[in-house]
Design a protein around this ligand. Structure first.
Ligand SMILES: NC(=O)c1ccc[n+]([C@@H]2O[C@H](COP(=O)([O-])OP(=O)(O)OC[C@H]3O[C@@H](n4cnc5c(N)ncnc54)[C@H](O)[C@@H]3O)[C@@H](O)[C@H]2O)c1
Ligand SMILES: [Fe+2]
Length: 390
């Protein structure tokens, strides 16, 4: 395919994927290419409870590697939370940081690794292009099928004072080694399965309709859409299904790969202030916004959405492009009901009077809005939020 625009793709250095792949962690450490004597495991209490941290620790200790575990990272971490947690590794030397958890833990692991080598505070990292050198090596192991953070150069932080979330972007956030193991997600609670799964779907759909979409991102996006569409409902109702969890975790990683090259767009831009100001979790905010932003974009992306309908397996013989595209929006609405994802911002304390501030904050997320196939005015953004205030 000939394209005038250049496009760029980069991903994690090594990816080991498959059921029980976490059990091969120690034997694959040589891929990092450095002598490892001491490791810091960054994780959350749920992963300790499920036994996965012990699994990693015992493999390390069998290899004579010392390890410590910290669990202070909160869901959707704030700048202050990461600064606080950093006090622990700040004065000790580690050869590798192992992030084992959801997107919150993975993003924090990337940032902690960079803090060790760049002589900057987390606050200072919020300025563009200030990360000058690689962090210490990282191993990322996702335990939600959502953010795709294990393969993206992004780390998202919450800034409560400014009621904002910000994405820090650096090629140095890409990890050295990733393990994709669906077994870690078998006990992910249904509500988290739904919200994180819809986040992954949003990454792929937004990448596919992004102004920066390209042949590489399209390949990952469409396959991700195919995998997630055929497994999200099963993973929600029957979490123990390794087949559904397997599709979800690969679909999520592909979503991360697609967005690394094509970027997300207006859904993510509008979701940031909902997270920053009203603490609505990332996946829930995206899921709420997704059908409404796609309906807004519809006339600019009918052809693309008809291809999405095909990948979702919902187009029917004789469908016009319009009819197929409309099916995508209806299917997302159906999922929202079936997966019991809230559709009302009032539940989170949002009122009509808040919409102007929310819309102005979203309009500033130009890094993502520039990828959206249609331009959104502050008024357009308000109208989209208003759809969630029935
Ligand atoms: N870096 C990126 O490219 C990127 C992309 C999208 C979102 N994000 C960010 O990632 C964060 C959200 O991450 P998330 O959606 O994965 O959720 P999360 O990491 O906040 O986890 C949600 C909850 O699930 C629990 N949990 C995680 N894995 C579990 C498991 N296997 N079993 C039981 N409980 C488990 C966690 O402890 C937490 O309480 C947000 O800050 C968001 O902005 C980053
Ligand atoms: Fe996301």
């Amino acid at each position: 395919m000939v394209m005038k625009q250049l496009y760029h793709f980069q991903t994690a250095n090594h990816i080991i994927s498959g059921q029980n792949s976490i059990q091969s962690l120690a034997e694959n450490l040589h891929l990092i290419g450095k002598d490892i004597q001491k490791a810091l495991i960054i994780t959350s209490p749920s992963l300790i409870r499920l036994g996965f941290v012990d699994e990693v620790k015992s493999q390390l200790s069998n290899k004579g590697i010392d390890s410590r575990t910290i669990t202070g990272i909160l869901p959707e971490p704030t700048v202050a939370n990461i600064e606080e947690v950093y006090k622990d590794p700040a004065n000790e030397n580690y050869d590798v940081f192992i992030g084992l958890g959801g997107g919150s833990v993975l993003d924090a692991t990337k940032i902690l690794s960079i803090l060790k080598t760049n002589d900057k505070s987390v606050h200072e990292l919020l300025e563009p292009d200030v990360i000058e050198r690689p962090g210490i090596p990282t191993i990322l192991i996702p335990s939600t099928s959502g953010t795709g953070s294990e393969v993206t150069p992004n780390a998202i932080v919450t800034i409560p004072d400014e009621e904002l979330k910000i994405g820090i972007v650096s090629k140095y956030f890409l990890p050295d080694l990733v393990f994709i193991d669906p077994v870690l997600t078998l006990e992910l609670p249904a509500a988290i399965t739904a919200a994180t799964g819809m986040d992954a779907f949003t990454h792929s759909l937004e990448s596919f309709i992004s102004n920066k979409a390209n042949p590489i991102s399209d390949t990952y996006a469409l396959d991700s859409i195919r995998l997630i569409s055929s497994s999200i409902v099963e993973a929600y109702h029957n979490g123990a299904s390794i087949a559904a969890r397997g599709k979800m975790i690969i679909g999520s990683m592909y979503g991360g790969m697609a967005l690394t090259s094509a970027g997300t767009a207006a859904v993510h831009a509008l979701a940031y202030p909902l997270g920053g100001k009203f603490n609505i979790t990332h996946g829930v905010a995206n899921s709420m916004l997704l059908p409404h932003v796609m309906a807004f974009n519809m006339d600019a992306i009918t052809g693309r959405l008809s291809r999405v309908a095909e990948a979702m397996g919902i187009s029917e013989a004789g469908d016009s492009e319009n009819a197929a595209a409309e099916r995508v929006v209806s299917q997302i609405n159906k999922w929202t009901k079936e997966l019991d994802i809230p559709q009302n911002l009032k539940k989170y304390g949002v009122e009509e009077i808040d919409l102007q501030d929310l819309a102005e904050a979203a309009a500033k997320v130009t890094r993502l809005l520039n990828n959206n196939p249609k331009t959104l005015s502050v008024e357009d953004i308000k109208n989209i939020y208003r759809k969630l205030l029935p």
